[in-house]
Design a protein. Structure first.
Length: 146
């Protein structure tokens, strides 16, 4: 089964991080498809896995490349009960709304009945000297959960 990696980025950091996770998943023999500008009509909403990597921008808003996807998800409200989802949330703890986009994504996924296969990872781009390493360490014991 393909793991669909959905990237929410404005300035590119999250795409780099998502590609690191894609490399690790593929090294473990997983099939992946990276969506750098996810569109709801192109991403399957049943019987598959999503790995969402999303940065927070603005005042706690979704990063640019996933604005439309999240708006469409909230509007169309597909039943995600056969979706396994994992969530990596990128932010900066100097903002009051630290990782708010990831928190809101998690709320919406739960609301639409997706199964979250593990706890959300929040990455603090201000304090973490090696965000890609943190993400790689996080995914290591989850490779077979997707
Ligand atoms: C204008 C601006 C607003 C931001 N707002 C937030 C925020 O509200 N909460 C947060 O946790 N991080 C915030 N950040 C930090 C970004 O999430 C962080 O820089 C991240 O690395 C950006 O990822 P990207 O390059 O994939 O877009 C903001 C960054 C910028 C430039």
């Amino acid at each position: 089964m393909t793991i669909h990696i959905l990237v929410g980025t404005t300035s590119g950091n999250t795409e780099f991080l998502a590609e690191t996770l894609q490399t690790r998943l593929e090294a473990a023999g997983k099939q992946t498809q990276l969506h750098d500008l996810p569109a709801l009509k192109e991403v399957p909403v049943a019987d598959t896995s999503w790995l969402i990597c999303i940065a927070t921008h603005g005042a706690g808003e979704y990063a640019e490349s996933m604005l439309d996807f999240m708006a469409d998800l909230a509007k169309q409200r597909p039943d995600l009960s056969s979706i396994k989802a994992a969530l990596v949330s990128i932010g900066d703890s100097s903002y009051d709304t630290f990782c708010q986009a990831g928190i809101d994504t998690q709320t919406l996924l739960k609301d639409l009945n997706a199964t979250l296969i593990c706890d959300r990872l929040d990455i603090d781009m201000m304090l973490d000297p090696d965000p890609e390493g943190t993400a790689e360490a996080w995914i290591e014991n989850k490779l077979d959960l997707f």
